[in-house]
Design a protein. Structure first.
Length: 185
């Protein structure tokens, strides 16, 4: 699949590309301590440009193989500074037509509607660009902001998995949230 650059009212969502490595490394360096409680443990080289370039290459390969797409977020008013990302991964086509979604945002730009705008655009891409039927999110119960964001974007809770994902070295429970493409039946 070839995913275009997307635009919303205030955001530019760029598909992952190795040329974004300086920008993504800066995002992670700035937000590492903020994000770490919600992410798997990082390799100590994670915030380096070289490491990010390698990850961005993997993201490009994931997109080429129709397995997923990572979109890096930039404000229209500052198109050179990455402020977060949203990723549609584990894409399964055929009769299932489903994927998972994850997202992260710059700590200084929370509660300003950017994450809602980005997640809504990603769901729109999943449903109308990729013709998927279902988008799933798995969220730790203690991550109230992420649960609220998913609900704002039309996701509903469908279950809970104990010790589902290893986050920051600890197996954490996760709440499963789902949004269905009601128009694409």
């Amino acid at each position: 699949m070839k995913v275009p650059v997307l635009q919303t009212e205030r955001l530019i969502l760029r598909p992952a590309h190795p040329r974004l490595a300086v920008k993504t490394a800066a995002f992670y360096l700035k937000n590492k301590d903020f994000l770490q409680p919600f992410e798997p443990k990082y390799d100590e080289r994670f915030t380096t440009v070289a490491y990010q370039r390698a990850l961005l290459r993997q993201d490009r390969q994931m997109e080429r193989e129709n397995r997923g797409v990572r979109l890096w977020l930039f404000r229209r008013e500052d198109p050179e500074t990455a402020i977060g990302c949203v990723v549609l991964s584990n894409i399964i086509l055929g009769a299932f037509r489903s994927c998972t979604v994850a997202y992260k945002m710059d700590k200084d730009l929370l509660r300003q509607g950017y994450a809602t705008e980005a997640l809504s655009a990603a769901v729109e891409l999943a449903f109308h660009g990729l013709n998927l039927h279902r988008v799933e999110a798995s969220i730790m119960p203690r991550n109230a902001a992420s649960l609220a964001l998913a609900r704002r974007c039309g996701f509903v809770e469908v279950g809970r998995s104990p010790r589902y994902i290893c986050i920051n070295g600890v197996w954490e429970d996760h709440i499963h949230m789902v949004r269905l493409n009601e128009e694409g039946e």
